[in-house]
Design a protein around this ligand. Structure first.
Ligand code: MIG
Length: 799
């Protein structure tokens, strides 16, 4: 039914034929007869943006997701034209634009189709709100798999699912429940061993359908705004995820203590309870760096106040805890109590900083403090003010970090659980309703917190945590997966969610270890700690109303197991910190599902229990009660059992014994894993020696160790130490070359190398061309040697 201006079919409107083409540097414009404009921007040879206007007009171009530090620049951009299509060539891709339908097709240089429009862009006019419901449909390729999309608590491969992105306070969510706390509209497609990604940068409620409604179609849509998506080409998973992560940004390095173990509960109060908790950690010698105060520290849940009955002298408490190696983390929520005598409320009213309804009344909602108003964090002036509210807490009282909760925003006693949709927002000068601002509200709140706190903790590094997030929030904050439940199913969910978040550019993430709602058994708690120490953010938290959830709350056996794993986490801190550095620098996810690790092995496409921690450690949690072990899949390669040094061949499944004290952990052959001694908290001990666990391989492998002052910004001036170890093993010989970058002088000068799987007896040891007196090296059972200098080349000869 082509009319002169519109092409309509089943209520949807479609573009018709292209009548005009224009190029403006890296932007290409294709205009149709009925007023659709497709703007293709070539950002990099492998990254292109597709944006569609209707009625010939684009919206102002603005995004909260995109990082200012994204790398841009391409090597080639050429346009060709045939009778039926335009062809856009970059150094990596060809994009075909059909002249009749505006549909696109993206192929690699071999002409292999990576992604193609089915119906392509189409839309429906939204008569109620104005604007369009914008839609895109793509052909789902043969045996295509889908991954990503943030915190979805569902099978890692999304094929066959339909999902929604609408940031939601989802207390005690279940498996497959959707939506949850995050909106990250980014997915990865994989077919024929090639991966690509799509990021639909639209903050309205978005929907994704992965061959659910129609077997051969993948589609996505939004309740408003523009069809505006980025395409990332692989062919590797790594390239796609890093491309997306680079575009939406990475955080700065956190202080190292933020990677330690943290203990939380709703709530630890009064003060003597907090002090007892701290003392108990030290007495039982269970390492811990962070203690959390939940909402009850406040005076009547008023943010930025203290309940003086419970905490008469917070400054003293925080400083005493700090002397004992603990950092205090406090909660701040977005709802500000309507109370004419409360200074934060007064200021916000005076400055007109609260959100308003369509007709100008203040937006009101019930949360913990009772009736509240909510700051409009999408207004830059409000963010600046909000950041300033932290001054006393950080500069005066000395609090170390903040967690922002309820920032979906969560509102009680209303069916929508959030702000009314007509609520107005500034949206950084692009005024809109809550329909558009909802998904980024929490992001802008934690951004404001981060920016304020960063000033007040300077010259130290800030650390903040958020519950709600949109794509790009990883630049400002770490996050947790919200109100989970103390069940075995939730242990499974935690594992999948953390992997998925890491795939979605957001690596600094963890679950409430042990479960938030309900009470875990000692066994479940122990299993969850075993998993949690391998998550970037490692915190026990619980609702506190079903019994205690501290490492010692179960049995002596559980306490011992928990201590052992927290100690392992502290030993692995240099490894974890190196992972974090790689994430910051390269956008490499800290945790990788097996499909990321080896996409050419189809076995990995549906695996989700096993994951790679960093680059070289394979972990597989036990997720069932009463287990004595489990079957697990070993990706291709050769793996050492971390506990026994037994060597396992990859590319197959195997049964692994894992009684309660053991989680299956394996190390890739050739890896050099750095370790620190166990400390009760980060910085307790001066590191006198770096332990290197060396896993022999007949072949080559590289490993890195990143270190710096563990806090502060000197590392940005080059004061870091990046050790690149090149390992080369032969039948009776082993060479480790070390290449160092950075000017930071590590506090230790000696190395202890522990060898695993060495197939020969060490006869000679050469360090930088000098033969060592083997007597003095402390060669012990052929298992380890001490080296008392920072070597460049270590050469072992054996027999
Ligand atoms: O309505 O502050 O997810 O971690 O302990 C509940 C109390 C509000 C929800 C958070 C949880 C926190 C709790 N909060």
């Amino acid at each position: 039914m082509i009319t002169s201006t519109k092409l309509e079919y089943k209520g949807n409107l479609y573009p018709n034929s292209i009548v005009d083409f224009n190029r403006d540097a890296e932007k290409l414009y294709f205009t149709t007869l009925n007023g659709v404009i497709l703007e293709i921007t070539v950002l990099r040879d492998s990254i292109c943006r597709f944006r569609y206007a209707t009625e010939n007009v684009f919206e102002p171009d603005f995004s909260y997701a995109i990082s200012e530090n994204a790398s841009l620049g391409y090597n080639k951009l050429e346009i060709a034209e045939t009778e039926t299509e335009y062809l856009v060539h970059t150094a990596k891709l060809t994009i075909l634009v059909d002249k009749k339908t505006l549909r696109t097709q993206i192929s690699d240089l071999d002409g292999f189709i990576l992604n193609e429009d089915e119906l392509g862009f189409h839309w429906e006019e939204n008569y109620e709100f104005g604007g369009n419901t914008v839609k895109m449909s793509k052909i789902c390729q043969h045996a295509e798999s889908f991954y990503g999309l943030g915190d979805k608590a569902t099978h890692s491969n999304l094929k066959g699912k339909q999902l929604t992105n609408w940031v939601t306070d989802q207390y005690a969510y279940g498996k497959d429940q959707d939506p949850l706390y995050k909106a990250i509209p980014f997915y990865i497609g994989l077919h024929n061993e090639k991966a690509y990604g799509i990021f639909f940068d639209n903050t309205f409620k978005t929907g994704f359908d992965f061959a659910h409604e129609r077997r051969n179609v993948t589609s996505f849509w939004a309740d408003g705004g523009e069809m505006n998506y980025y395409f990332f080409y692989g062919p590797t998973f790594a390239h796609v995820v890093k491309g997306y992560t680079n575009l939406t940004g990475t955080p700065e390095l956190p202080p190292l203590w933020a990677l330690g173990f943290h203990q939380s509960k709703w709530s630890y109060y009064p003060e003597n309870k907090v002090r007892e908790l701290a003392a108990k950690f030290r007495k039982l010698r269970i390492p811990c760096d962070g203690l959390y105060l939940d909402i009850d520290y406040m005076d009547g849940f008023r943010c930025f106040t203290w309940d003086k009955k419970y905490f008469p002298n917070p400054k003293q408490m925080v400083s005493d805890l700090e002397k004992d190696g603990f950092k205090t983390v406090v909660m701040i929520d977005p709802g500000i109590k309507i109370d004419k005598d409360y200074w934060v409320y007064q200021e916000a009213i005076a400055k007109d900083y609260f959100c308003k309804r369509a007709d100008g009344a203040l937006m009101k909602g019930k949360v913990w403090p009772g009736e509240c108003n909510f700051p409009d964090f999408t207004n830059p002036e409000v963010r600046e003010w909000w950041g300033g509210l932290y001054k006393e807490m950080f500069k005066e009282i000395g609090v170390h970090a903040v967690w922002n909760d309820m920032n979906e925003p969560a509102v009680m006693d209303v069916p929508t659980k959030t702000a009314p949709l007509d609520t107005r927002h500034n949206f950084d000068g692009h005024p809109c309703s809550h329909r558009k601002a909802h998904n980024i509200y929490g992001m802008q709140m934690v951004r404001a917190s981060y920016e304020g706190i960063k000033k007040y903790v300077y010259p130290k590094r800030p650390f903040v945590i958020t519950r709600a997030a949109y794509a790009g929030t990883q630049r400002y904050s770490s996050t947790w997966t919200g109100d989970n439940v103390a069940t075995w199913e939730h242990l499974w969910i935690a594992n999948v969610q953390v992997q998925r978040m890491c795939m979605s550019g957001y690596s600094f993430v963890g679950s409430d270890i042990g479960g938030f709602a309900e009470h875990p058994t000692g066994e479940l708690f122990a299993r969850w700690v075993q998993l949690g120490v391998f998550h970037p953010f490692c915190r026990v938290h619980s609702s506190g109303d079903h019994g205690d959830q501290e490492p010692w709350s179960f049995s002596d056996e559980v306490t011992k197991i928990v201590r052992k794993y927290i100690e392992l986490r502290y030993q692995l801190l240099p490894y974890l910190y190196t992972m974090f550095h790689k994430y910051v620098k390269e956008g490499t996810p800290m945790i990788k599902p097996l499909v990321y690790f080896d996409q050419e092995d189809p076995q990995t496409h549906f695996r989700m229990d096993e994951f790679i921690f960093g680059e070289q450690i394979l972990v597989c949690p036990v997720q069932e009660p009463n287990a004595l072990g489990r079957r697990m899949y070993f990706p291709r390669g050769t793996w050492y059992d971390y506990w026994t040094d037994e060597v396992m061949a990859g590319g197959m499944e195997n049964w692994i014994d894992a009684k309660l004290e053991k989680i299956p952990v394996f190390v890739k052959e050739g890896a050099i894993i750095p370790k620190y001694p166990v400390q009760q908290y980060v910085g307790e001990l001066e590191i006198k020696e770096l332990v290197l666990e060396v896993y022999y391989k007949n072949g080559v492998e590289t490993s890195t160790v990143y270190e710096d002052a563990q806090d502060g910004y000197d590392y940005k001036k080059g004061r870091f130490s990046l050790r690149n170890f090149h390992f080369r093993g032969k039948d009776q010989e082993l060479i480790i070359q070390q290449f160092k970058e950075g000017t930071y002088i590590t506090p230790y000068e000696t190395f202890r190398l522990n060898f695993h799987g060495l197939p020969f007896k060490i006869m000679e040891v050469w360090v930088d061309g000098e033969q060592m007196d083997t007597e003095n090296l402390g060669i012990n059972d052929n298992m380890h040697i001490h080296i008392s200098k920072d070597f460049t080349v270590l050469h072992l000869l054996g027999a």
